[in-house]
Write a protein that binds this ligand. Structure first.
Ligand code: BES
Ligand code: ZN
Ligand code: ZN
Length: 495
C-alpha cells in the first residue's frame, strides 16, 4: 500500500512530529532545556536532523540552517530541496524501525516546498518490494499516513504529491517484477489494469497486429522468444487538455535482455536485466500520475515489448531486417536490441503529429560508463528551450540530465555496406551512436524531422545495485517525477 500524504489543520500532543528549526530560533515550547541542548549539539556537529524520543512520541527536528549551507557556500534551491527529501527518507527509516504508522510535519512559517520535500522523501523512502518474500508481512513498513500542517500547503498540493509518489512506486513495482511473471503479455495486462483504475485508454496490439504493421524490429528481437511480443498504446486525453498536439512518450519494454545470440558475456552482467523495461515503466508511471491528478494535458504512451533471448529461431548477427518505415538494418550484435524495437515505435509515433516525442530507454552500457548511475543521458532534436526546460525539471526533482553531443558525424559510425544502417557503432561513443540510430526513425521519407524529439538513456539510473537514499535499491522509477514535472509545467504553453 502506498503512503498517503494529506493536509491537516491541527495536531495533538501525542502525534509524532517533524518540525523545522534554525539554530537560533528553536521551537522552545516543544522541548525541555536538555532537549534544546541536544538540538544545539546536533547543529554544532553539522547534523541536519535531531531525533528526540519523548517517550509518548518522537519529534524529528530538521535543522534548516545546515541544509541551506554556510553563507560562504550557499547551496542552490534544488540542492536544498534534495537534502530535505533525503532527511525525509532518514525520518521514514526511523518511523518504520519503531513501527509507527502516522506522522505530522508541522511548518509554523507556512512554507510549501520544505514540508512537501520532506513528505516526498519519506513516502518514496518507505517503498518496499515484498511480493516474493514468504514472510513479507513481518518485514512490512508501518508508515501509512504523512500529515502536513502548513499554511503554505493546500490539500490539493498534498494529494497531487501523494499521487506522484504512488506513480513512482507503480513504476518501481513493474521494474522489480522478474520476467517469470512480467512477460510482454503480462506487462500489457498490467498497463490495462492501470488504465481501468485511472481512465487512461489502453489498446494492446498483439503479434498479428504487429506483423500487419510490419514492425520488423520488434519481430526480429522476438524471434528467439517463446512468448509473443506486444505493443501497447496508452492515451490520456482529458476534455480540458491545453495542448492541441499531443506529447508522445515512448518506453523501451524489453522485459528481459539476455543479449540474444550475442549473449551477455561478463559474469553478473545479466543479473539485473529484468530492468530493461524501465523506460516502459516510466511511461506507465507518468501517465498514471497525470491521470490520477486529472492533469489537463494530452499524452500518448507507446510501449513496444518483448524479451531478448537466444533460441532455435533467434535473430542472428549478420541478419538484415526491415523496420516498419522501410529502413533496412544489418544486425551485427543482437544485444543492441532496444534500438530495434524503439525504431518501430518512433516511426509509429508520427501518426499522432506530436508536439514533442520523448523516449526513455535503458539503452546502453556506454551511457553508464560516461555518466554513472546518478545522471541520465539526454540527446535529441528538440529545440534548446525544450531541452533547457527538461534539464530544469531534472534539477527540480533531482533526476538530473546531462546532454551528450549529437552532431551528424556520429551517424557515420552506423553506416552499413549492405543495408541502410547497422545496429552498432564502433568502440567509442556508444550512447550517442545508439541515439543517432534512433534519430533516423524520427524523420520522414524526405529525411526531415517529423517531430521534435528527445531521447533519454536511463541505463544507469533505472536500477541501483546499492540504495541511494529515497531512490532505494533496485528499480528507482526514474523518469516519472521528471516527466510529470516537465509536462505539467510545459502544459502552460499552449501549442
Ligand atoms: N539493455 C542493455 C543496456 C544496459 C546496460 C541497460 C546496463 C542497463 C544497464 C542494452 O540492450 C545493451 O545490451 N546494449 C549494448 C549495446 C552494444 C551491444 C552496442 C551495450 O551497451 O553493451
Ligand atoms: Zn541488449
Ligand atoms: Zn537492452
Amino acid at each position: 500500500m502506498p503512503v498517503h500524504i494529506k493536509k491537516k489543520t491541527s495536531y495533538s500532543s501525542s502525534d509524532h512530529l517533524v518540525v523545522f528549526c534554525t539554530s537560533e530560533q528553536e521551537q522552545t515550547a516543544l522541548f525541555s532545556a536538555k532537549e534544546r541542548d541536544y538540538i544545539r549539539s546536533c547543529a554544532k556537529n553539522e547534523k541536519s536532523l535531531a531525533e528526540i524520543n519523548q517517550y509518548d512520541r518522537r519529534v524529528f527536528v530538521v535543522l534548516k540552517d545546515l541544509l541551506f549551507g554556510r553563507k560562504s557556500e550557499k547551496r542552490a534551491e534544488y540542492e536544498i530541496i534534495e537534502a530535505l527529501r533525503k532527511v525525509g527518507c532518514q525520518i521514514a527509516k526511523n518511523l518504520n524501525d519503531n513501527k509507527i504508522a502516522e506522522v505530522v510535519i508541522v511548518d509554523t512559517i507556512g512554507e510549501k516546498t520544505a514540508p512537501l520535500a520532506i513528505a516526498e522523501g519519506m513516502s518514496l523512502g518507505s517503498y518496499q518490494f515484498l511480493h516474493y518474500l514468504s514472510n513479507g508481512g513481518k518485514k512490512k513498513n508501518t508508515l501509512q499516513t504523512i500529515h502536513i500542517v502548513s499554511n503554505g500547503v493546500t490539500s490539493e498540493n498534498a494529494r497531487q504529491l501523494s499521487a506522484i509518489a504512488e506513480a513512482t512506486c507503480v513504476a518501481r513495482d513493474l521494474v522489480n517484477e522478474p520476467v517469470s511473471f512480467l512477460t510482454s503479455v503480462q506487462l500489457s495486462e498490467e498497463l490495462q489494469k492501470l488504465g481501468k483504475e485511472t481512465g487512461i485508454k489502453v489498446e494492446v496490439m498483439n503479434k498479428a497486429k504487429i506483423e500487419k504493421l510490419k514492425m520488423g524490429g520488434i519481430l526480429a528481437v522476438n524471434k528467439g522468444s517463446i512468448d509473443p511480443p506486444t505493443f501497447t498504446v496508452l492515451e490520456w486525453k482529458p476534455k480540458n487538455a491545453q495542448n492541441k498536439k499531443p506529447f508522445v512518450l515512448v518506453g523501451k519494454g524489453i522485459v528481459y535482455d539476455t543479449g540474444g545470440l550475442s549473449l551477455k558475456p561478463t559474469p553478473g552482467s545479466m543479473d539485473a536485466m529484468k530492468c530493461d523495461m524501465s523506460g516502459a515503466a516510466a511511461v506507465a508511471g507518468t501517465m498514471y500520475a497525470l491521470a490520477k491528478n486529472k492533469s489537463p494535458v494530452h499524452v500518448v504512451g507507446l510501449v513496444p515489448s518483448t524479451d531478448n533471448r537466444p533460441g532455435g529461431n533467434a535473430y542472428t548477427p549478420g541478419d538484415v531486417i526491415t523496420i516498419s518505415d522501410g529502413t533496412t538494418i544489418e544486425v551485427l550484435n543482437t544485444d543492441a536490441e532496444g534500438r530495434l524495437i524503439l525504431a518501430d515505435a518512433l516511426h509509429y509515433a508520427k501518426r499522432y503529429n506530436p508536439q514533442l516525442v520523448i523516449d526513455l530507454a535503458t539503452l546502453t552500457g556506454a551511457c553508464v560508463a560516461a555518466l554513472g548511475v546518478a545522471v541520465s543521458g539526454l540527446m535529441g532534436t528538440a529545440d534548446e528551450a525544450v531541452k533547457r526546460e527538461l534539464k530544469e525539471s531534472g534539477l527540480s526533482v533531482y533526476e538530473r540530465l546531462a546532454e551528450l553531443p549529437f552532431w551528424d558525424d556520429y551517424a557515420e559510425l552506423i553506416k552499413s555496406d549492405i543495408a541502410d544502417m547497422k545496429n552498432i557503432g564502433g568502440k567509442y561513443a556508444g550512447a550517442i551512436t545508439a541515439g543517432k540510430f534512433l534519430e533516423k526513425f524520427t524523420k520522414d521519407k524526405d529525411g526531415n524531422h517529423a517531430y521534435p524529439w528527445i531521447h533519454l538513456d536511463i541505463a544507469g539510473t533505472a536500477f541501483l545495485d546499492n540504495a541511494d537514499s529515497y531512490r532505494g535499491k533496485s528499480g528507482t522509477g526514474v523518469g516519472v517525477r521528471l516527466l510529470v514535472d516537465f509536462l505539467t509545467k510545459k502544459n502552460k504553453i499552449t501549442q
